[in-house]
Write a protein that binds this ligand. Structure first.
Ligand code: AMP
Length: 402
């Protein structure tokens, strides 16, 4: 059992590392930062100290080891180096935990081997997450390293919702099923929504709409996730910044056989050149709202397609849940784009879904209700905090609270 109260949260991507040092006594940030362009000649580290002062470090970070060494040096300069006795654990975001990891897990060699075995289903993410863990373990071998999986919250999705209707033997051989992602955010926001409404999560049915550059919806019944929009990969579901979301899988064969595109080209098209970007050339909702406001047809189409898909999912998850108590909007678009929230909920009064235009237009960083008090379904804006959720889960695990 540890005496420290600080948790370092690491989110290692393929060419970046985001970090936050969080004091679990009050959830405050003792430090935060980002290393970008790892492996490129011109890398950059931005470190924010507890008092908000920023330091920028420009230079090459040849690999994740160099990047984390630099992060450790920045933390040490604040008197909170990795050797600090105040550190209780390091929490790692791991994108794919497959079916096995349903909860935060202390990293052992065996856990790491299993995360490595999942690389074929998360080729872009798990390798970077593993590197982050390996480097952190080398720097502090005595400290608990806790993996918190993006997929874990969705492992409760029932089999009939998690299976694709394809040959079971083929699916099993290749671990094909709907895993879902953004789980840490969906979990945090569904619970924060219950807190906001003064309700017990166990008695609340919530549709969570995580609308960032990546976007996903989930249906949470009494605190348990029963359906989510991302699938085998984070490509399924909603229209996103650069990802198509749902398409007819026949599109892939068509583009290959008739269009002559290779599998890699189609992968690139659907993941990086589709969604809002594909429809109108911009993936930033602010820009799309501005252009649509000036009468730009392509931007209007992108907005309408985005909202249409969202409404389809709201309707579908209403049917999945049977009774909906709350709809929670979160992440960059969900927290900030009032017109998206208004359009997503327009005309749904018969379902008990309504938005108060005045409440919806308020700009705030606080969780808030934007539906009228009499509405059957509370529509809420609930800022997500994945780092805090990771820190809380890691801390609870090392303290033996879970
Ligand atoms: P995230 O992935 O959660 O950081 O969300 C990023 C996305 O949020 C950006 O691509 C923007 O489109 C969107 N966003 C951020 N601020 C606003 C805003 N004020 N209005 C509309 N969209 C916003």
């Amino acid at each position: 059992m540890t005496e420290g109260t600080l948790v370092l949260v690491l989110n290692a991507g393929s060419s970046s590392v985001k970090y936050q040092l969080i004091d679990m006594l009050d959830g405050s940030r003792a430090a935060a930062g980002l290393v970008e362009r790892i492996g490129e000649p011109a890398g950059r580290l931005v470190h924010t100290a507890a008092d908000g002062a920023e330091r920028e470090l420009l230079g090459a970070f040849p690999d994740h080891t160099a990047a984390l060494d630099a992060v450790a040096a920045e933390l040490a300069a604040d008197g909170l180096g990795l050797d600090s006795p105040r550190l209780a654990a390091i929490g790692h975001r791991v994108v794919h935990g497959g079916r096995r990891f349903t909860a935060p897990t202390v990293v052992t060699d065996e856990v790491l081997a299993e995360v490595r075995r999942l690389i074929p289903v998360a080729p872009l993410h798990n390798p970077a997450n593993i590197t982050g863990i390996e480097v952190a373990r080398r720097l502090r071998p005595d400290l608990p390293q806790v993996a918190v999986f993006d997929t874990a919250f969705h492992t409760t999705v029932p089999e009939h919702a998690a299976r694709y209707a394809i040959d079971r033997a083929v699916a099993d051989e290749h671990r094909v099923r709907r895993y879902g992602f953004h789980g840490t955010s969906h979990r945090y926001v569904s619970r924060a929504t219950a807190r906001l409404l003064g309700r017990d999560p166990a008695e609340l049915n919530v549709i969570v709409l995580h609308l960032g550059n990546g976007a996903s919806a989930s249906a949470v019944a009494g605190g348990v996730c029963v359906e989510t929009s991302m699938g085998l990969t984070p490509l399924e579901g909603l229209v996103m910044g650069t990802r198509s979301g749902d398409v007819d899988p026949g599109l892939v064969f068509h583009l290959h056989r008739v269009g002559g595109l290779t599998v890699d080209e189609i992968d690139d098209l659907l993941n990086r050149r589709s969604g809002l970007l594909g429809l109108c050339g911009d993936n930033d909702m602010r820009e799309i709202l501005r252009r649509a406001g000036e009468g730009d047809q392509a931007a209007q189409l992108a907005f309408d397609a985005y909202v249409h898909r969202l409404r389809k999912y709201i309707g579908a998850y209403y049917a999945v849940l049977g009774r909906v108590d709350a709809i929670a909007f979160t992440a960059g678009v969900g927290e900030n784009a009032a017109p998206v929230r208004a359009a997503a909920c327009a005309g749904l009064e018969a379902l008990g879904i309504e938005i108060d235009a005045e409440l919806n237009s308020v700009r705030s960083r606080e969780a808030r209700v934007v539906s009228p008090a009499y509405a059957r379904v509370a529509v809420a804006v609930v800022p997500t905090d994945e780092e805090l959720e990771i820190a809380q889960q890691a801390f609870a695990l090392v303290r033996g609270d879970t």
